[in-house]
Design a protein around this ligand. Structure first.
Ligand code: NAD
Length: 354
């Protein structure tokens, strides 16, 4: 028997097709009357539509969220929040928009309603990564956990196929690392297994038919499950590498996760036999790491860091940072091994049997 500690996160989840209709009720349920809607510039049309649907309850729209939550954007958003005297935040979008909502909540304690439109999973975590002067710092605090999450399948139908795949594999990565986390527990492992199964099955259908509601619902459920894993247990080598690559070399978030996952998993495989057994079963393969590489390649996602703007001369610095301040990992972090992981990820080599 293995002992464990499980701590549930206090968050209300509303899941459905058309669930966005309930935003007004959720604002009222929080006891709020003046909501500001946050989005990226690309999603401002949807943000403004939501604001007009909310009528006088929406007192402003701030459509300037960008990736990696730079503190300068947060400062401008805080001005907007103060100007309209908002008493709650509605974050409509992916991890970038939800990150901005969290950064504002950290500084104001305003309640958040997150309406995710990608599979990144930030809405389900008490984690905030912020960038200042080119350096990304991550913190864990319940102050940033959204009070309410509304998952509306219809909002994900417009998620481009490419981002659906990489964002979905980003979610799978949370669940894979949850299976071998230092503080893994049976509830989160069960959720991780469900999330991986749902996403691995849904993503091929979505690439063929982006408007397939059944597959989209399955993927969004998987995203919630995997995001909950990320929010509940600690992450290891894979997340450390992606954090280094995204934060230091400004590589795109979801693509970086997609490329690194098979290699990080191959590195850890020999140290995590139980997690590998679960993955073999969930993915229906004898080689989970190679399967995840093939899945990304087959669905048209990038499989090499050099495809997404990484320079070969940056590899030694990435290795230094990854080895210098490692997260806890089930297999000890050896410099030669990490060099090989990053070189394989850089060139897009298929991992060997693992
Ligand atoms: P994103 O939020 O940056 O979105 C990427 C692009 O897709 C944006 O232009 C966005 O407007 C657009 N988009 C999003 N949903 C769409 C939809 N349904 N239809 C059409 N366009 C859509 O991408 P992301 O991968 O979700 O988020 C990445 C960011 O989230 C990174 O900064 C990452 O660090 C952060 N993140 C944080 C956590 C956490 O727990 N703190 C977890 C995961 C990701």
């Amino acid at each position: 028997m293995k002992s464990f500690v499980y701590e549930a996160l206090p968050s209300r989840v509303v899941f459905g097709n058309g669930a966005i209709e309930s935003v007004g009720d959720e604002v009222a349920r929080l006891g709020c009357k003046r909501a500001i809607v946050l989005s990226t510039p690309e999603q401002q049309g949807s943000a403004r539509k939501l604001a007009s649907q909310l009528g006088t309850v929406a007192v402003g729209v701030f459509p300037h969220a960008i990736m990696h939550t730079p503190v300068e954007v947060t400062a401008r958003a805080l001005e907007a929040v103060n100007e309209v005297r908002a008493d709650c935040l509605i974050s409509l979008g992916g991890g970038s928009t939800i990150g901005l909502g969290k950064a504002i909540a950290l500084r104001t304690d305003l309640p958040q309603i997150a309406i995710p439109t990608t599979y990144a999973g930030s809405e389900a975590t008490p984690i905030l990564g912020e960038t200042e002067g080119g350096v990304k710092r991550t913190q864990r605090t319940f102050k940033v956990l959204p009070e309410v999450v509304i998952y509306d399948v219809s909002l994900t139908l417009t998620l481009p196929k490419g981002l659906s795949v990489t964002s979905g594999i980003n979610a799978i990565a949370h669940a894979v690392e949850a299976l071998y986390a230092k503080d893994a527990n049976p509830v989160i492992s069960a959720l991780a297994t469900q999330g991986i199964t749902a996403l691995a099955k849904a993503l091929p259908t979505i690439t063929e038919d982006a408007a397939n509601e059944e597959a989209r619902a399955s993927a969004l459920f998987g995203a919630w499950a995997c995001g909950t894993c990320l929010g509940s247990v600690g992450m290891s080598l894979h997340h450390k590498l992606c954090h280094v690559l995204g934060g230091t070399f400004d590589l795109p978030h979801a693509e970086t996760h997609t490329i690194v996952l098979p290699h990080a998993l191959a590195y850890n495989a020999s140290a995590v036999p139980e997690a590998m057994a679960i993955l073999r079963e969930a993915l229906g393969t004898s080689e989970p790491a190679a399967f995840l590489f093939d899945l990304a390649a087959r669905l048209g996602a990038p499989v090499a860091l050099q495809q997404i703007g990484m320079l070969e001369q940056s590899l030694p610095r990435a290795v230094d940072i990854a080895v210098g301040f490692p997260y806890w990992n089930p297999r000890s972090i050896e410099r030669k091994g990490i060099e090989a992981v990053l070189a394989d990820a850089f060139h897009g080599r298929r991992p060997k049997a693992a």
